[in-house]
Design a protein around this ligand. Structure first.
Ligand code: ADP
Length: 235
């Protein structure tokens, strides 16, 4: 089992890394071979190399994080977190990316949102992965919404996009490591297929509840719940 697990990892890793590495090599060759290349085009090639190198960095970071979670090398460090502030910070970090697709990113709080108990870094990773997917799969010019609301002793977080959506029969598979709905698509090739697996593993470590609803051609809503930090009167 261990050997087949290793083989699966190696085959997925090599497949995922191949596309960005090929792009970096191609554009580096072009830069090296074109004397007197137009500066605007030169800049464009450098930007492509930069973007692909960042994709590789993200993939490697995801692989390391997932491996640490699955081997127990990283644990949840519970602390009290201001969820609203963390969501706002995450949204701010995605503004540049969202602007490129003319997307609006909105945070809405239903009532007062109490602090929650979670691990700051890991919760930040969950929100970033969900927001990154929502931005990636949204239709240009639409909005991505994060909604916070108190549900008894928990706080619920939903991330919704108006985008391509996910087929019903694939909804259970998207949490699996290396799973991609559309393997042939260029954009899918640039993903690691690990984002939602990391989200699932972290939420499982919390013992938290989570899920997704989606309508093909209309969009998806990912949600999870976290326990509130202290017993304050329920609204
Ligand atoms: P990736 O790095 O490839 O995005 P994920 O684990 O984050 O990997 O997601 C797995 C697959 O689930 C993606 O390849 C994509 O097909 C699908 N998916 C995830 N989030 C969304 C979304 N908001 N809208 C549509 N499809 C999504």
């Amino acid at each position: 089992r261990s050997d087949s697990f290793k083989n699966e990892i190696i085959s997925n890793v090599s497949h995922n890394l191949k596309t960005p590495i090929a792009a970096i090599l191609t554009y580096t060759e072009l830069l090296k071979s074109c004397d007197g290349i137009d500066p605007a085009q030169q800049q464009q090639f450098v930007e492509i190399i930069d973007a692909r190198a960042r994709t590789l960095e993200d993939m490697v970071k995801s692989m390391i994080l997932l491996s640490k979670i699955q081997t127990g090398a990283t644990q949840i460090r519970f602390e009290v977190i201001d969820l609203e502030e963390l969501c706002q910070d995450t949204i701010d970090s995605f503004r540049v990316l969202a602007d490129k697709k003319n997307l609006t990113l909105r945070l809405t709080c239903t009532g007062e949102i109490p602090a929650v108990i979670s691990d700051y870094e890991k919760l930040s990773t969950i929100l970033s992965n969900l927001l990154s997917n929502a931005v990636k799969h949204s239709f240009p010019g639409h909005a991505v919404d994060i909604l916070l609301s108190r549900e008894g002793r928990s706080t619920s977080v939903t991330v919704s996009d108006t985008g391509e959506g996910i087929p019903q029969e694939k909804l259970k598979d998207i949490w699996e490591r290396y799973y991609k709905v559309d393997k042939e698509h260029k954009r899918a090739q640039m993903g690691s297929g690990l984002g939602l697996s990391i989200v699932k593993n972290i939420l499982d470590m919390h013992g938290g509840t989570y899920g997704v609803t989606s309508t093909l051609g209309q969009g998806s809503t990912f949600w999870f719940e976290l326990p509130v930090a202290q017993q304050s009167p329920e609204s």
